[in-house]
Design a binder for this molecule. Sequence first.
Ligand code: GLN
Length: 287
Amino acid sequence: MATVRATLADATAALAAVGIDSAALDARLLLADALALPATRLLLEPMRVVSPAERQRFRRRLQRRLQREPVSRIRGEREFWSLPLAISAATLDPRPDSETLVAAVLARCPAPRRALDLGTGSGALILALASERPQMTALGLDISLGALRVARANAQRLGLAGRVRFAKGGWSDQRLVVPRGAGVFDLILSNPPYIATPDLAGLAPEVGFDPRTALDGGPDGLAPYRVILGDIGRALGPGGRVAFEIGLTQGPAVADLCRQAGLSEIEVLPDLGGRDRVVTATRVGVG
Ligand code: GLN
């Protein structure tokens, strides 16, 4: 009879053998998922017997992790800003680093009224903000219908569907693509694809499970920022603020694009690891 302890020991060894640093934690999270138990329970019940059916469920999950699929994808859920979010093959797996953008916006926008999220994916950024700003309404855009389905389900589950809507759109090669009649916004966010195409091949194997369209930012990784900022006046009202997630070397270039777009109060902000992660700027002016 296999126990929790023995099952975890075997799985941890297998995961470590393929070079996964978080082997013990991953084994615990996956076994907890297979047993439909909180992960902390496993530590309290090391001698609990794992039935053959449970072992089977666990094995399927372990196999996927051994192929480098992230635990969050195997579970179909990721915690972001302390909110449980469903993710799917159509969405980027939201990273803790992106919480930097949420924190930056909260610190600078005490009372946004209408927010727009370009390339919303699972809805992580806009749902986190909406959860903190009860007076705010928001629109999340994505070109992927699969992503929109996930984002809408997340909004429903979090009780935010009344204030946060989702629609097809974002940007094309040349311009913003915002539904007709959407008007202007006082806050625009985006975590666009920003990896330079030639760098895609060198990413960690786990990143290969994110949709390529959510990662590929063109030859230098900056194509989406050029389009979005080049057309920002159509969607950003006077006094409005933009906030972008960026790759670690992109701060100066995106700050420049903000300047060229006529924005001011430009700031490049680091994440908790000290790497540049967010650029924010304001459209100063009235009327
Ligand atoms: N966070 C992803 C990574 O660095 C990139 C996401 C993106 O391109 N917006 O792997």
